[in-house]
Design a protein around this ligand. Structure first.
Ligand code: NAP
Length: 264
């Protein structure tokens, strides 16, 4: 029975087990495949992955905070996107090898209503999620600017990916705004911490908030009220998870079944 799991620290509140189990059920694989959650501390990460790979019972794992960088570093092989981003959220155990991939990048693109290639996007943040967003958008021909609370980190990241850095961006200039910061996760006021106000948004704009909370975020509520199209973090979670499932099983899971499970 091929095993799958999400590995993080902490991981108990992850929505991936319910979501990926729904995907497996929909594919008719629930009797053969399982998907669980494994809490692994940073000190034990490499040894645990090596054991899972060697034991032959697991087909692969999703990787979440704080292990994404360690995952790509220890992999035997990595896709171009995982290498370029410097982080992996998907590992596949194949013929004794650990293969790293990053489906956050593709998942972000698939969660957008359209690809704004040739248009401008503002990425807020300079952590691991920002790296995936910047790489995915720039690679797809979008003109990216980065903003980050810690200016030096934002400038460094912008230089690394050869995109712009904005200390005081004008939100109305952008076809797409992506919040990759953790602001909102702990109930913080997005408008006190980000270079946005409640009336920053314009009709026709797309606003994606990677943070997922029980209620729609204040940021997305303001964007929707202004006539922008909004995409929440759960939609991106579904899309990145579907891409991982396709890598492991070779089949395209039902997005609708995964959406239903993740919003339950
Ligand atoms: P990370 O590497 O720790 O980066 C955190 C980022 O948030 C940094 O840019 C940090 O700025 C910024 N930040 C934190 N608190 C802030 C504040 N009070 N004001 C302004 N900026 C603040 O984390 P990550 O891995 O990139 O993840 C970020 C978020 O994205 C998390 O909530 C994660 O759950 C979410 N995410 C969602 C998905 C999805 O599928 N929906 C996928 C990946 C990640 P400084 O540099 O100034 O510290």
């Amino acid at each position: 029975m091929p095993g799958l799991a999400v590995i993080g620290h902490p991981v108990a509140h992850s929505r991936s087990p319910d979501m990926q189990t729904a995907a497996l059920s929909d594919l008719g694989l629930a009797g053969e495949w399982t998907y669980g959650a494994i809490d692994v501390s940073p000190e034990d990460f490499e040894a645990t992955i090596a054991e899972l790979s060697a034991a032959g019972e697991y087909a692969g794992v999703n990787i979440t905070v704080p292990h994404k960088e360690a995952a790509v570093a220890m992999a035997d092989e990595a896709t171009e996107s995982a290498r370029a981003i410097g982080a992996a959220n998907t590992l596949t155990f194949r013929d004794g090898l650990i293969v790293a991939d990053n489906t956050d990048a593709g998942g972000l693109l698939r969660s957008l209503p359209y690809l704004p290639d040739g248009e401008r996007a503002l990425v807020l943040g300079a952590g691991g999620a920002a790296r995936a967003a910047i790489w995915a958008l720039a690679d797809a021909g979008v003109k990216v600017d980065v903003w980050n609370r810690t200016r030096s980190k934002g400038e460094e990241l912008a230089a690394h990916f050869k995109v712009g850095f904005m200390e005081h961006p004008n939100p109305a200039d952008y076809a797409l705004i992506v919040n990759t910061t953790a602001v909102g996760l702990g109930g913080e006021d997005a408008f006190a911490h980000l270079p946005l106000t409640a009336d920053s948004f314009v009709p026709g704009q797309v606003v994606l908030d990677m943070v997922y909370t029980e209620e729609p975020s204040a940021l997305l509520a303001a964007a929707a009220a202004a006539g922008a199209t909004t995409v929440d973090g759960l939609e991106m979670l579904v899309q990145q998870g579907a891409l991982s499932m396709r890598i492991w099983t070779g089949e395209e899971p039902s997005i609708e079944a995964m959406r239903t499970a993740v919003r339950r």
